[in-house]
Design a protein around this ligand. Structure first.
Ligand SMILES: *Cc1c(COP(=O)(O)O)cnc(C)c1O
Length: 392
């Protein structure tokens, strides 16, 4: 058998050594506390589950769904965008439901990238942007997100010959892994950049509803001209604790939405209809669950920021997303510090280099661990901070 050459371009799994150490600790019966998982620990709200139970009993939902989703779901998505962002969308041409947004983020590369084309991707960033590009035969060009720049890419820094070869600019705010946010002024500048170089913008926005301190993140589509150059990926995963159900959406530019639908219609047969009905219940239903979840994250964030600062790490309280992005102490690398926390305290964090070369010097901590794990993790971090032995 000869596997495709494109597979050789996927990077090896970076954290083999760290994963081995975690498994070793667990095998010794040690309780490992993980801040590494970006998956809400809270359950899907009951009114959304009720929609699934009811839908599952209707034989109409036992059959193949359509690639483009139920018209009722596309309409619910358009209504939600109007209510939440004041953005108008045509449910038939500007909305496409996805099997989780990751699916669309990966597949849209096949709509934009031919062999040799460039995709501009944030560094650090969600690995699917560069890897989707590589699988489509293209080359990722990394745009460093620097702390002094509020973790926004400096678009003026992109060499003109790179920008001309680029077919797409990937953006993601509120940002994973840095927790940074962008305002409409930044999105406007991105639209101008896309016009100047005739490229598409794909904005990935699954965290617009995971916002703290009363902050309300904007949609990329609120920027003037955004719909002429790009699309936004959104998801029910983080807003409604629905990662396991797999449902998200792409919205915006009709030409790109059609292209993505055409690619997908050759690869998948849509989202199980009962799950589409859950999404309608989530989008049209009461939204107070979102504030409830965010209150939990805010409390966890504040506790964790305090503990990290007592350890001597520099960290800003993220205004949105599920993550804290902390600077490791002088003399440590993101991997050496991750290893130290694991060995001394059986606490797992994600080394920043896993999200790209500019992630060096940082670790990511997620707010999605149950409260008793969080308390145990904080207890251990505080022991290290005060030079006390960590009891495991
Ligand atoms: C969680 C996440 C997603 C994808 O979520 P789905 O569950 O596939 O909808 C996309 N982008 C980023 C940056 C994420 O963190």
């Amino acid at each position: 058998m000869r596997l495709s050459r494109r597979l050789e371009k996927l990077p090896p799994y970076l954290f083999v050594e760290i994963s081995r150490k975690i498994a070793e600790k667990r095998a010794q019966g040690i309780r490992v506390v993980s801040f590494a998982i970006g998956d809400p620990d809270l359950p899907t709200p009951p009114h959304i589950l009720d929609a699934l139970v009811e839908a599952s009993r209707d034989p109409a939902n036992h059959r193949y769904p359509e690639t483009e989703g139920l018209p009722e779901l596309r309409q619910a998505i358009a209504r939600w965008y109007r209510r939440r962002f004041g953005v108008e969308l045509d449910p038939d041409t500007e909305v496409l439901p996805l099997i989780g947004s990751k699916e669309g983020i990966g597949h849209v590369a096949f709509c934009l990238i031919d062999p040799g084309d460039i995709a501009l991707v944030p560094d650090p960033g969600y690995p699917v942007y560069p890897m989707g590009t590589v699988l489509a035969g293209g080359e990722p060009y990394y745009l460093p997100l620097r702390e002094e720049n509020g973790f926004l890419p400096d678009l003026d820094e992109v060499p003109a010959e790179v920008a001309r070869r680029a077919k797409v600019l990937w953006l993601n705010y509120p940002n994973n892994p840095t927790g940074a946010v962008a305002d409409l002024d930044f999105f406007r500048r991105a639209v101008e950049f896309a016009r100047r170089y005739d490229l598409a913008i794909c904005h990935d926005g699954p965290y617009t509803e995971v916002a703290l301190d009363g902050y309300r993140p904007p949609s990329f589509l609120q920027a003037e001209g955004a719909k002429e150059v790009g699309i936004e990926f959104h998801s029910l995963s983080k807003s409604y604790n629905m990662t396991g159900w797999r449902i998200g959406m792409a919205v915006g530019n009709a030409e790109l939405i059609r292209a993505l639908r055409d690619v997908k219609s050759n690869l998948d047969s849509g989202i199980p209809q009962a799950i589409q009905l859950m999404a309608i219940a989530a989008l049209d239903g009461p939204q107070d669950c979102i504030d409830e979840h965010n209150r939990v994250y805010q409390r966890r964030r504040d506790r964790l920021v305090e503990a990290l600062r007592s350890l001597g790490l520099r960290v800003n309280p993220s205004p949105a997303s599920l993550y804290l992005w902390a600077r490791v102490p002088e003399g440590e690398t993101s991997v050496s510090y991750t290893t130290k926390l694991l060995e001394e305290a059986a606490v797992v964090v994600t080394p920043g280099v896993g999200y790209g070369p500019s992630g060096e010097g940082y670790i990511r901590l997620s707010l999605t661990l149950p409260d008793d794990d969080l308390e145990e993790g904080l207890r251990r971090l505080e022991a290290i901070a005060h030079g006390r032995p960590v009891r495991l």
